[in-house]
Write a protein that binds this ligand. Structure first.
Ligand code: SF4
Length: 397
């Protein structure tokens, strides 16, 4: 009976976007194949495939179909914005480590979010620093969540039951709490913060007890975990937390300590994780959403600077959170102008830009900031972009 009601909701969601039939048959076929790797969850009435996509029955999802799939609009679909640089934790792999400047004020953040949505963004990730430390976070979610799926990335520090309820009420659809290890001391160690593990567990509980929020754990895999073949031990621990999803990724060579060949994921490891994701998702229960699957050459590839944009807490604009190069600052220039200038340099390609090109970036990397525009352009001159990933080959042909 429950399954029947669930199937009816999915059918209703699909019927609510009948315009999808106007997409090419090859695109529809591609999506059918992609979506069948995941089980649709009903969370407070939101039908969620995974949290990198907007709920199937949301206005944000309709915008994705109308603007990006059918009208083939030029503009980003996904963006992340740092709403503060303050954070009590100091992760070894933090991609914001070297970013500095004057933090954006509330008006600049709201203006940038409005512009991003006008450009085409239908999915927005709020990051930091620790975004909960921005006292205006509820207003920010409220502004962002109109026609856009908003996801929060947090350590859980300073979360209260009231704040979780206010965020849900403001329109937050999903949250990812960071948890990097099943062993308390190792999680605290990588975050250089005693108590980080217990803070994360408490935040997971609080969000689970907030009606209608999709709760995920953001899990950044270390090379040690891959080498020691303990990823499944970790996933089993996460499954025991009774969460909706694991937002699974690996540490990227964005900061000096990780810019070594033996720290970067290999294609064989990536393929192993994709297989693991697909195997777990067939079991039901918690969804595994491995970003390496989304960004695989057989799916959407690397859309940094084209379909994805990152604005850090100081207003610097980068092609993606993991690429420490800036093409302008929203305190001085509109995000629209910066995006269009960046787009000229960033065609989508089938391989992760930072994994492939970190050695070129190393040559220009200052010790105390991200690579500034003039040097960022020199980096791009040295980069050879690869072919398009499968989705964009079909989309643009
Ligand atoms: S650079 Fe890598 S992490 Fe960033 S958007 Fe591209 S594939 Fe994703």
């Amino acid at each position: 009976m429950v399954q029947k009601a669930h199937n009816l909701k999915i059918a209703k969601a699909i019927l609510s976007t009948p315009q999808l039939v106007r997409a090419k048959p090859s695109i529809n076929w591609f999506f059918c194949n992609y979506l069948r790797k995941f089980r649709v969850m009903d969370v407070g009435g939101n039908l969620i495939v995974h949290s990198h996509l907007a709920p199937l029955n949301s206005k944000a999802y309709s915008r994705f179909i109308n603007e990006h799939l059918l009208s083939k609009s030029i503009g980003p679909s996904h963006a992340q914005i740092g709403i503060t640089n303050a954070c009590p934790q100091h992760c070894d792999y933090c991609y914001n480590k070297n970013r500095t400047g004057r933090v954006m004020d509330k008006e600049t953040i709201l203006k940038t979010i409005r512009e991003l949505k006008n450009l085409g963004v239908f999915w927005l990730g709020l990051t930091g620093g620790e975004p909960l430390l921005n006292k205006d976070i509820v207003d920010i979610v409220e502004t962002a969540s109109d026609n856009c799926a908003v996801k929060l990335f947090t350590t859980g520090c300073t979360l209260t039951k009231q704040l979780a309820a206010d965020l849900k009420h403001a329109g937050l659809f999903s949250v990812a709490i960071s948890l990097d290890h099943w062993q308390e001391n190792l999680h605290d160690q990588v975050r250089n913060y005693k108590g980080a593990f217990q803070t994360a567990l408490a935040a997971i509980d609080t969000f689970k007890n907030t009606d209608g929020i999709h709760v995920s754990v953001s899990a950044v895999l270390s090379k040690d975990m891959l080498r020691q073949e303990t990823v499944e031990t970790y996933l089993e621990f996460l499954r025991s937390l009774d969460i909706h999803e694991v937002w699974l990724s690996e540490a990227k060579p964005s900061v000096t300590a990780y810019q070594q060949e033996n720290q970067v994921i290999t294609q064989a490891e990536r393929t192993m994780l994709i297989d693991l994701q697909n195997r777990y998702n067939k079991m039901g229960g918690m969804t595994i959403n491995y970003l390496g699957h989304f960004e695989d050459a057989r799916h959407f590839g690397c859309s940094a600077g084209h379909k994805i944009v990152y604005v850090d807490a100081f207003g610097d604009v980068s092609p993606c959170v993991f690429i420490p190069m800036t093409f302008g600052n929203v305190n001085e220039t509109s995000i629209t102008d910066i995006y269009h200038a960046m787009l000229e340099r960033f065609p989508t390609e089938n391989t992760c830009f930072i994994n492939k090109n970190y050695k070129i970036l190393q040559k220009y990397m200052p010790s105390n900031s991200s690579i500034q525009k003039d040097d960022a352009l020199k980096v791009i001159d040295e980069v050879e972009f690869g072919p398009l990933p499968k989705f964009f080959k079909m989309h643009y042909s």
